[in-house]
Structure formats: structure tokens, C-alpha cells
Design a protein around this ligand. Structure first.
Ligand SMILES: Nc1ncnc2c1ncn2[C@@H]1O[C@H](COP(=O)(O)OP(=O)(O)O)[C@@H](O)[C@H]1O
Ligand SMILES: [Mg+2]
Length: 247
């Protein structure tokens, strides 16, 4: 975990003691020309380093919109957003991409692995783009795949892996650049119950090792394994509580 600390230490924008995520009055309006959809109607959200937050809510409630904003994949229509004290609302596309690359790891429902290359090469890719020297990145890739339980499947292509194994590769890839937060949008949505529980177990292990995780899930049984559950309905947060209090 020393690499995490070193990385945090040289983040000059970072203000000590501030939450890793701070959203204030975040709004998002999709304007498709004919109709305007107000997908988020004023979201206030603070997340501390080391939390494991599940975001739940019915389909269309704004979960993915919130996730896209949290991950700097999209810009809000209003409100303020800070990651580690760094203001991100109002940044240009290029600046946003820079924040995203430094701070966020993504896991998607459909895994989004490149099918033609091995698990190893999929995980190694962000390190290649990040300019990490070959020796360092190979060691790191092997360490990450071992961490998610795929030490013996590194040379397999995605098509030679089960859904749960593919999602483990995607999780290892998300961790490659030592992100401040890992965002997962319905990571168990394409998996059967057993594999879904299994993947939630991987997240739980990462959390115990110090990762900050935000996971969207439809499944309340899985959400209860997080440390905190944020429920969103019709573009607003309607409840926010420690997971053990969830009904
Ligand atoms: N790119 C978009 N353009 C227009 N409307 C959108 C777009 N993305 C999402 N929406 C609308 O915003 C609302 C919230 O969607 P979304 O954030 O995807 O919800 P969830 O992930 O909870 O299912 C929905 O009404 C959806 O139809
Ligand atoms: Mg969604």
C-alpha cells in the first residue's frame, strides 16, 4: 500500500481532511432538442476515503448519470463538484480527462475488455498508456491479477473466461493506475447470483485493503455488504445510511 501513500502525498491540489468526493447541489439536464430530462435535481454527496458506498434506486432514477458525473465522464448542468479538494465542475474536456485518468478506475456491467488480447494485456493496457516502464508494469499487472484471484489465468483471453472471471480482470484493470476511487456501474448485472456474490466479495476484500469504492447495484442483498447505502429516486437522494441499518 506504500504506492498509494506516495501517490497521495504528491497530489498538490489535495487539501488535508477534505472528503475524496464532495458534491453540492449537482443538477443534470439532458436536452435532446424536443424534451428536457432533469435526471439529477440537486444532489449533495460527501464520500470519505476508504468508504464502500452502494448506490441503489429504481431504473431511470439517475444512478448512471450520477456515476458518469462522479467519474468525470460528463459535466453537470449546475452545482459544485470536488475530488480530493480539486474543483472539477467547469473544467474543459481535456482537463476532465486528466482528472479521470489520475483519480478514477471504472468497472462496467458489460466488462468492456478487449476480446483479442489476454487478461494480462487487458490489465497492463492502462499502465502502457500511463508510460509505466515495462518491468514495473509487468510486475504490477501480475500482482493485480493475483490479487483478484486470477494468478493462474493471466494468459487467457476474455472468451476463455467465465463472466465472473472477466469481471475480475476488469476490476484488476480498474486498479492499475492506483485510482483514488473505483466506480462500478451494475458490475454484477450480467452475472448469475453466485458470480455476483463472488464479485461483491472481491470488492469487499479491496475495501478491507483500503480502496474507496462506489458500486451501483439493483440488488439490495449485495448493497448491504457495502459500508453505506445511498438510495436515489427520481433524481434525488432519498436516503443515506450505514448498510447495517438498511431495511
Ligand atoms: N444521454 C441521455 N439523453 C437523454 N436522457 C437521458 C440520457 N441518459 C439518461 N437519460 C434519462 O435520464 C434519466 C436517468 O437515467 P439514468 O441515469 O440512466 O438512470 P439509472 O441508471 O438509474 O437507470 C432517465 O429518465 C433517462 O431516460
Ligand atoms: Mg443505469
Amino acid at each position: 500500500m506504500s504506492s498509494r501513500r506516495e501517490k497521495t502525498a504528491d497530489k498538490t491540489h489535495e487539501e488535508d481532511g477534505r472528503p475524496i468526493i464532495e458534491m453540492q447541489g449537482i443538477r443534470k439536464v439532458y436536452d435532446t432538442g424536443k424534451v428536457k430530462v432533469e435526471a439529477l435535481k440537486g444532489v449533495d454527496l460527501k464520500i470519505e476515503k476508504g468508504e464502500f458506498v452502494a448506490i441503489v434506486g429504481p431504473s431511470g432514477s439517475g444512478k448512471s448519470t450520477l456515476m458518469n458525473l462522479l467519474g468525470c465522464l460528463d459535466t453537470p448542468s449546475g452545482g459544485d463538484y470536488f475530488i480530493g479538494g480539486e474543483k472539477v465542475a467547469g473544467l474543459s474536456r481535456d482537463q476532465l480527462a486528466d482528472v479521470r485518468n489520475r483519480r478514477v478506475g471504472f468497472v462496467f456491467q458489460a466488462f468492456n475488455l478487449l476480446p483479442q488480447i489476454s487478461a494480462f494485456e487487458n490489465v497492463e493496457m492502462p499502465l502502457v498508456f500511463g508510460g509505466v516502464p515495462p518491468k514495473v508494469r509487468r510486475a504490477k499487472t501480475a500482482e493485480l491479477l493475483t490479487k483478484v484471484g486470477l494468478g493462474d489465468r493471466m494468459d487467457h483471453k476474455p472468451t476463455e473466461l467465465s463472466g465472473g472471471q472477466m469481471q475480475r480482470v476488469a476490476i484488476a484493470r480498474a486498479l492499475a493506475m492506483d485510482p483514488d476511487i473505483v466506480l462500478a456501474d451494475e458490475p454484477t448485472g450480467n452475472l448469475d447470483t453466485t458470480s455476483g456474490t463472488d464479485i461483491m466479495g472481491v470488492f469487499l476484500d479491496l475495501w478491507k485493503q483500503g480502496s474507496t469504492l462506489i458500486v451501483i447495484t439493483h440488488d439490495l442483498a449485495l448493497a448491504r455488504r457495502a459500508s453505506r447505502i445511498v438510495e436515489i429516486r427520481d433524481g434525488r437522494i432519498v436516503s443515506d445510511r450505514p448498510a447495517e441499518e438498511a431495511a
